[in-house]
Design a protein around this ligand. Structure first.
Ligand code: XIL
Length: 455
């Protein structure tokens, strides 16, 4: 193995209020007696997150393995079964046996299933390895389309592209047969995945991105570009195959991606034993909990003996006993965090049709996802009959409430009437077009329609 350096009961009720030109849907979670949950999945669920494991179809017959899987986790990722070599062993001939076994296991558990991974330079079938140019491009896009279509509606999030950036200080793409088909191969893959399964969240996933560094910055720049051009991307996965230290900018790095308007997920966590394993696990868990758009954590295997690594990097030992690292993760989860705004409310938020356009200028509508004491607001800014170059949205908060975080806009002020101004990449909105930004706040959300002005 090459180690890369570097219950509280909850009731939810839905309120909806219509005001002039805007429908505000708010789900209010009323948290009863706070009780520490006793499993990873249940504890993560208390803040609207998941806690998952990579699993292997070949191990599902192992009673200890499945006992831990069923009791502790509420998300699964196929360790190998949905990769290109497994799903399309001969060109145009697909095999979903292994992938379907993982999917069925996830469905039986009521778990989220992360799809991993549609395109990657590694674990390609031999036939793809020998293709180049437009032949490889069309085979790759066909692969994305076929596999995402087979699993349509069943996958929570797909790693559409895995590990496409180079290690080291360049921040550049990794050389690969896929990269040599043209720099736009990643966006082509995301567009094909969206067309095939519009409901799956589409992620870019990579390693050695466990802090603010040249590689993660290269990816950050790509995601920002994708968001500005409307390339469909919803999430970024941070594999987090860790050694004996954790970068001091781990959480800040997650946050800067979240601020671009994507979810972030810890997708393949494992940590070398022998150093600070339990503390590093806890730090990663706390970092995810502190970032509202960090939707969940997946560990890359269950017991040390199941790991692809030989340094005992997981939460359960080879006999299935909980390790100190397990307890530190559970305690960190039970300490709670920033309630995850992307948890779907019981009824999906009511999205508003843009108000009638009566001229130039712009309008804004807000939709709220609220819980007891806080909320996340998503604001849609729509241009009138002329293109907009720069916009400001004013939102009035009830007294006692404050904005605690903003993405895809900059705010001035945090209480009373707060102004949100466009940022570079969403400043320009074509006539009739729209863009989104969001913020998180304490207290009850804004009750009235926000106002929008151009400039
Ligand atoms: C690993 C699997 O765990 C191994 O069983 C397999 O032999 C090689 O791949 N990054 C990824 C994962 O995205 O797919 C890799 O999984 C680990 C590194």
């Amino acid at each position: 193995m090459k180690l890369r350096t570097s219950s509280g009961k909850r009731r939810t009720l839905l309120l909806s209020a219509a005001t002039a030109g805007v429908v505000v849907a708010a789900s209010i979670a009323v948290v009863g007696t706070a009780e520490a949950a006793s499993t990873l999945g249940a504890s993560a669920a208390q803040t609207g997150r998941y806690f998952g494991a990579a699993i292997a179809a070949g191990r599902l017959g192992d009673a200890t393995y499945t006992r831990i899987l069923n009791s502790e986790f509420n998300a699964v990722t196929p360790e190998n079964e949905m990769k290109w070599d497994a799903t399309e062993p001969a060109r145009g001939s697909f095999n979903y046996n292994g992938g379907d076994r993982i999917l069925n296991q996830g469905v039986a558990m009521g778990a989220k299933v992360r799809g991993h991974a549609l395109l990657w330079h590694a674990q390609q079938p031999g036939w793809a390895q020998s293709l180049t140019g437009s032949t490889l491009r069309s085979a790759a896009i066909n692969h994305v389309t076929q596999v995402a279509t087979h699993y349509k509606g069943k996958i929570y999030a797909w790693d559409v592209v895995n590990e496409a950036f180079a290690d080291g200080g360049s921040g550049a793409r990794r050389d690969s047969n896929l990269q040599r088909t043209g720099n736009d191969w990643i966006e082509a893959a995301f567009r094909a995945a969206r067309a095939a399964d519009p409901n799956a969240k589409l992620c870019y996933n990579d390693y050695n991105t466990d802090g603010i560094n040249a590689k993660s910055t290269g990816i950050y720049t790509m995601v920002r570009d994708f968001k500005s051009r409307g390339v469909p991307i919803d999430c970024v996965g941070f594999q987090s195959h860790l050694g004996t230290t954790i970068d001091s900018t781990y959480q800040a790095n997650l946050q800067r991606f979240a601020d671009l308007g994507v979810d972030v997920q810890i997708t393949e966590l494992d940590v070398q034993q022998g150093g600070n394993q339990a503390n590093i696990y806890a730090s990663v868990t706390r970092a995810c909990l502190a970032v509202a758009r960090c939707t969940g954590i997946t560990v890359w295997g269950i017991r040390d003996s199941d790991s692809w690594r030989s340094d005992n990097p997981l939460l359960f030992d080879g006999s299935g006993n909980k390790k100190a690292a397990y307890t530190s993760v559970l305690n960190a989860l039970n300490a709670g965090g920033n309630t995850n705004p992307t948890t779907p409310p019981v009824t999906p938020p009511v999205t508003t049709s843009p108000p009638p356009q009566t001229g130039s200028g712009c309008t804004a509508t807000v939709s709220l996802n609220s819980w007891n004491g806080g909320y996340v607001a998503t604001v849609r800014v729509t241009a009138g009959s002329s293109a907009v170059n720069g916009w400001t949205v004013n939102v009035t908060l009830p007294s006692g409430g404050a904005v605690t975080g903003t993405w895809s806009a900059t705010n001035s002020g945090t209480t009373g009437t707060v102004s949100f101004r466009s940022v570079d990449y969403n400043r320009q909105v074509p006539a009739g077009g729209s863009t989104e930004f969001g913020f998180q706040g304490t207290g009850a959300g804004p009750g009235a329609t926000p106002t929008c002005t151009v400039g």
